[in-house]
Design a protein around this ligand. Structure first.
Ligand SMILES: *Cc1c(COP(=O)(O)O)cnc(C)c1O
Length: 384
């Protein structure tokens, strides 16, 4: 890969955080120690959920949730297609069937009405994804889940710190999952965390992440068919230190989003993401704009190419899950017009804590210039 002058994302690790990891390396506890407890406590207190369980990734967290809630082969789980593939893969890991529904064209989150319409007598759960850190419509989804006796699992992997009615997402449904990959708001390199109010589920998840051992089991007693989904002390020291400054991280990201809004405000060729969530708070994960309807997928891809040549990181978020090669068996069963039209025209612009106003201004100038060239009549002809 060509190194970018402005990357799509960049982790923000402070000296104190490097020190915190080194301190663990100097100790004798490298796994299942005090840093895990500290990190779990920090996330539990922050989200308001009584139990938090650290795991090796967000994907591992989703998998363990499916298992701990007893989702089985033949069960159906409702999930949006416009999201990261792990949300649906976890459903398949336990042999259940992901049922894809379309999204709201403004928030890009699962459309509650369509989720309700997709319920059958096999449905066990709804996975609500807080896409790009914008809180899903939890009022509507909780009402639907209760009405039909379904579990509501929050994939909050893109949304730590997002709020709905002043309550943190992740702690609103039956369980929520956070992820700490380097492009997320808080990072541990790799890592994840499950939060829940259900003590039985928390116990089961703790056992499953640690080779099926309950806290009362000895090291060679395996009560469940478990996994090694543990998170090392080095990861937890980093996560715990990052949690200490989460508010300033979220504020810095809000400022970058505001800068983009300001510099792109009057650009009629693109649709900006909503600046505010009316009854909550956005935790900015990425800054994804959408090209106007008049642009084709090919033109969007031409913009991506132009950004690459200008050495500016840029991505397409997301290709629909039901159209992935690994979802061949699902592909022809679905037509999700909003998902398919949105995903053909999205453009993720560079977005990270330390992105400067000057960088944002430069990126926006490049974007405007690229779109102007695209709309000139003879664009489609190849230069030379
Ligand atoms: C990042 C992410 C995950 C999980 O990510 P890991 O890389 O496994 O930590 C799951 N769902 C969504 C929506 C994500 O964005």
């Amino acid at each position: 890969m060509i190194p970018m002058k402005i990357p799509l994302s960049a982790p923000d690790i402070s000296l104190a955080e490097i020190e915190a990891v080194v301190e663990v390396l100097r100790s004798s506890r490298l796994s299942l120690g005090p840093k895990l407890e500290e990190f779990e406590r920090a996330v539990a207190i922050y989200t308001g959920a009584p139990y938090a369980i650290g795991v090796s990734s967000g994907t591992a967290g989703l998998h363990l949730c499916m298992l701990a809630f007893g989702i089985r082969p033949g069960d159906e789980v409702i999930v949006p297609s416009f999201t990261f593939v792990a949300a649906a893969n976890a459903i398949r890991y336990v042999g259940a069937n992901p049922v894809f529904v379309d999204i709201d064209p403004v928030t890009l989150n699962i459309d509650p009405e369509q989720a309700e319409a997709a319920i059958t007598n096999k449905t066990r759960a709804i996975v609500a994804v807080h896409t790009f850190g914008y809180p899903a419509d939890m009022d509507a989804l909780l009402t639907i889940a209760r009405r039909h006796g379904l579990l509501l699992i929050e994939d909050a992997c893109e949304a730590i710190g997002a709020e709905s009615h002043s309550q943190k997402v992740g702690a609103l449904g039956d369980a929520g999952i956070f992820a700490f990959y380097p492009n997320k708001q808080i990072t541990t390199g790799e890592g994840g965390m499950i939060v829940t109010r259900d003590s039985g589920v928390a116990k089961k998840i703790r056992a499953l992440r640690n080779q099926g051992r309950y806290e009362t089991d000895d090291w060679f007693q395996h009560s469940e068919l478990g996994f090694n989904y543990r998170l090392s002390e080095m990861h937890c020291a980093l996560g715990s230190a990052q949690m200490k400054r989460i508010e300033s991280i979220l504020t810095a990201r809000e400022a970058v989003a505001r800068a983009y809004h300001q510099f792109l405000d009057n650009c009629t060729d693109i649709l900006l993401p909503p600046a505010y969530a009316p009854q909550g708070r956005i935790s900015w994960f990425v800054y994804v704009v959408r090209l106007h309807e008049k642009f084709t997928r090919a033109q969007r891809d031409a913009v991506l190419k132009h950004f690459a040549s200008a050495e500016i990181g840029c991505g397409r978020y997301f290709a629909p899950i039901h159209m992935q090669p690994s979802y061949g068996a699902w592909r022809n069963s679905y037509f999700l017009p909003v998902t398919e039209s949105v995903s053909a025209r999205t453009l993720a612009l560079p977005f990270f804590n330390k992105l400067t106003q000057a960088d944002v201004q430069h990126i926006c100038a490049v974007l405007r210039e690229t779109l102007e060239r695209l709309t000139k009549p003879n664009f489609s002809r190849n230069p030379r």
